[in-house]
Design a protein around this ligand. Sequence first.
Ligand SMILES: [Zn+2]
Length: 266
Amino acid sequence: MLPSIVRVVADLVLPVSCAACGAPARSLCDACSTDLLAQLVRFGGPTWVTPDPEPAGWPGCVAVTAYEGVARTLVATFKDDDRRDARAVLAPLLAAAVAGVLSGPGPDGAVHDTPTALVPAPTSRAARRRRGRDSLAELTRAATELLPDPVPVARVLAQSRRVSDQAGLGAAARMTNLAGAVTVRRAHRGHLAGLRCLLVDDVVTTGATLVECARALGQEGAVVIGAVAVCATQRRARRPAADGARPPETSGSSRPRLNVGGELAA
Ligand SMILES: [Zn+2]
């Protein structure tokens, strides 16, 4: 009797299945760990990614892996299956993306100073209620604690209205769906001028969410220096340009890039 109770309690506290494939393991099994590492290597390290088509107002974003395989499943199980233990794997990936922004010039040639705040994209009220938590804010807090100089997490954004599920929508439809849908929380309005923000999302697809977040922050006078994400369904990716190295040619990449606030104009 007692051992079975202990087992049940232990199962609740310590997951006994891999968060990615369900095999008996703690958090992430050996095979999935290997797959994830291979996935990270294939992506080539923290990389500036640009959705295609590039949305107007795109703030620039560093991601660390393609949205596929183990990484994709981990993001989903962390968010929707309450596998909070997946945070131990995802947080270092997000921290690596932040380090990627700070490590060198972005595609526009701008070198980014340390942001004064990490701003997670808002989770819809419905999703928060369903999950009982704000998983992205939770992940962002875990990631910043891994940085040599932790950056404060500012949960200042909220969805101002209900939006349709983005899944299945194309780039233009997503943009329309999200236009004006993000706002700065009332308590923070009038207090964000000059704040140097790095936006955070778990997955970047069309870029519509990050653009909308950057717009809302820019309206309050905050300076969005870029964004980070764990995964990108990237179609055009560029390594942060090394000294003297030219990034690969991509259509439209020669024009200067204006970040919200205009501070990082090339
Ligand atoms: Zn596994």
